[in-house]
Design a protein around this ligand. Structure first.
Ligand code: SF4
Ligand code: SF4
Length: 234
């Protein structure tokens, strides 16, 4: 994808890589790591890795999603994502988080005050896709277009013109792991919108409905905790 302003719907447009990261843009670390030559090398993925895993967000693999082999497999994963999202928005399946999630999805004023509080966005040199609200806006547009009644009819006029395809889902999954869930953005938001919570809920869909989660957090963390009572296994 060509460099330039990134729009919401670009997340669904297939390309080798949505953004190219340049370490020269990253926030400088404090002394003694404040010189460019003190940075560790930024390792690029090999062609074999790119062919095997979904790396078209930013060329970084946090969760290493294997590429589906067939169109039918892609469509099945998109179906699972949408069905998981529908569950997320029902009282029967998600009563504990439904209210704060709905409020955060419905009431963002798009003032962008939260941007400056986000360590990922600032640390990356203000990469548009890491803006706290970029991920939330994508999810909001998908909900408005694909889940709400009449969403598809008015998508073009209501700012929800986004394609829900495998490219969108795979990039959104990686993007859910470009957030530390620190919730600094929520503390800064004048109306209490919680982009950290939106990311948390998004991860739930990938993990619980699609089996997509980093081994280090899911298998070696949550699952071990559930089985043994602590993530150390003791
Ligand atoms: S989340 Fe809050 S601070 Fe951020 S853009 Fe929305 S209303 Fe503004
Ligand atoms: S919760 Fe995520 S989006 Fe919000 S400030 Fe922390 S890293 Fe950024």
């Amino acid at each position: 994808m060509k460099a330039g302003k990134i729009r919401l719907k670009d997340i669904g447009k297939p390309s080798d890589q949505m953004v190219q990261l340049n370490p020269a843009d990253f926030m400088r670390l404090p002394y003694p790591y404040d010189k460019a030559d003190s940075d560790p090398d930024f390792k690029q993925l090999t062609e074999a890795q790119k062919n095997k895993y979904e790396a078209s967000l930013d060329g970084v693999l946090a969760i290493s999603i294997p590429k589906p082999e067939t169109k039918a497999e892609e469509e099945e994963l998109v179906r699972k994502f949408l069905s998981g999202l529908e569950k997320l928005l029902t009282k029967e399946n998600n009563w504990t988080f439904l209210q704060p999630l709905t409020l955060s999805l419905e009431y963002c004023a798009k003032c962008q005050t939260c941007n400056e509080a986000c360590p990922i966005y600032i640390g990356s040199g203000k990469q548009e896709i890491y803006r706290p609200t970029y991920r939330s806006e994508v999810l909001r547009a998908i909900v408005n277009k694909y889940i709400k009644k009449g969403g598809k009819t008015f998508a073009k006029f209501s700012g929800n013109d986004i394609d829900l395809n495998w490219t969108t889902v795979a990039r959104l999954a990686e993007l859910a792991y470009r957030c530390t869930l620190c919730r600094r953005c929520a503390q800064t938001c004048p109306i209490g919108v919680d982009n950290g919570l939106i990311t948390h809920e998004l991860r739930k869909v990938f993990s619980q409905e699609m089996g997509i989660a980093p081994v280090e957090i899911h298998t070696l963390g949550s699952m071990k905790h559930l089985k043994a009572g602590s993530s150390t296994g003791l």
